[in-house]
Write a new protein. Sequence first.
Length: 558
Amino acid sequence: MNDIRRTILWVIFGFSMVLLWDQWQVYNGHKATFFPKPGATTTAPAPTAAASDVPAASQAAVATPGQVPGGANTAPAVASEKIEVSTDVLKLSFDTEGGTLTRSEFTKHNDLEDASKPFVLLDQSPARVYTAQTGLIGGNFPTHKSVMRFSGEKSLKDGQNELTLRFESDVQNGVKLVKTYTLQRSSYAIGVKHEVINTGTAAVSPQLYLQLVRDGNKPAGESSFYSTFTGPAIYTEAKKYHKVEFSDIEKNKAEIDKTSTNGYVAMVQHYFASAWLLGDGISRENFVRKVDANLYAVGMITPVADVAPGQSKTVSSQLFVGPQEEKVLESLAPGLDLLKDYGWLAMLAKPLYWLLDKLFGFIHNWGWSIVALVLLLKIAFYWLNAKAYSSMAKMKAINPKIMEMRERLKGDPQKMQQEMMKIYREEKVNPMGGCFPIMIQIPVFIALYWVLLSTVEMRNAPWVGWIHDLSAPDPFFILPVVMTLTTLLQTALNPAPPDPMQAKMMWIMPLVFSVMFFFFPSGLVLYWITNNILSIAQQWIINTRMGVPPQFNLPKFK
């Protein structure tokens, strides 16, 4: 009876794994392997940005421009052109159509697929769309489709700490919009000031929109073996950090805090993010929407208040475009550090990152810092592990008695179960004693996994010899092979389960798990190897002390 139950459980487990794999494929933009839906397709190509990539309320203003009142400055703006500017960490491209930021390159972060090129986050090309747009709604006012004049310097010179760019629109319906971008040395935060000038004869009450528009494709180079979030995110004090799936926007199921007086809107992907920041106390309406086929927007709309004739009003904001460096994000705005997404284990992950960062401050090598952190964790959990391995050693000591009993009573499963429990009582062995202490530690090590997976400082960070980038897979697969061997060694040291099926699965699962790690970042594999080696050493020592000589329980697949 017990064997039938186990067989049913294994069938359910196997079918669940098939379903999970199918959903994993769909999540990563691929066709389902086993149960494809009719008409299912892969991710659509990026569309070209159009006049519709503005909030719904502003589309009419773009589509039907009004007449310029008499007496206003009617000199036409120059034709649209690309303006390229650079600082020590950024190379940006602006379009004079709307003064829109259309491309960002990071000089200190290389492209993972081609290390000779800088990493590109924002871009507007036939391959992809990801831009930062702003404009006015509430009338026929300048939007991100209005051509503007540029003035200012284009590069940050030696000894200069600030670079100012100015984009000025023509007058539309008595209103002129002036955008001023201020770039600082060694900073990914850009000051953005919007000055609304009323040149007409009547008061106006426009609203300013700040939005990030991007296609729904996965970033180039994303791994198929682990998944990270790509899409919009909104933070408010009331609802805290909230990610929005593109699919939820598509189905009009996105649940966001629509009005607030604090927080930010952002677009997030692995290691990098962009975000619009407004000061606390400024009322705003947050939105997410589908703009076009495979094109999505997240943004905020804030009132400029009444602007009397001949007067002007200014709204100051910040645009962050850069890597998810936790300390930098924390310094810019409350909750911005949550862009570095640790998931539900953030309470454990943040102190682990803090400790890892402190270790790096002493060691100056991220690889050895990972090794040191795992060592400290193993020391902290030494007594819990000692109890687990002691229980395993007792199980190993009585394993021959268990195996003899199973062979003797293999025709009577019920009697076999009774005899097994009797042996456990007589030998004072708890068969679950080795599991509970390890289960307590699992959340900590999962949190460390997310720390290493999401820490941008690992990009292009060398360890030793052939490992030049801890965020990339081992080019020669040396670390994954070592991890596989240590995993199998650790499995061999554990007591063999009495059930032959369980014994087989004890060997199959580590092999499957290890194969996945051939394509994981080197930093993650290094962490797992270190944990395996320290666990093997502790288990070996405890077994020896308890008089249970370490022995290898090799698999039997007959």
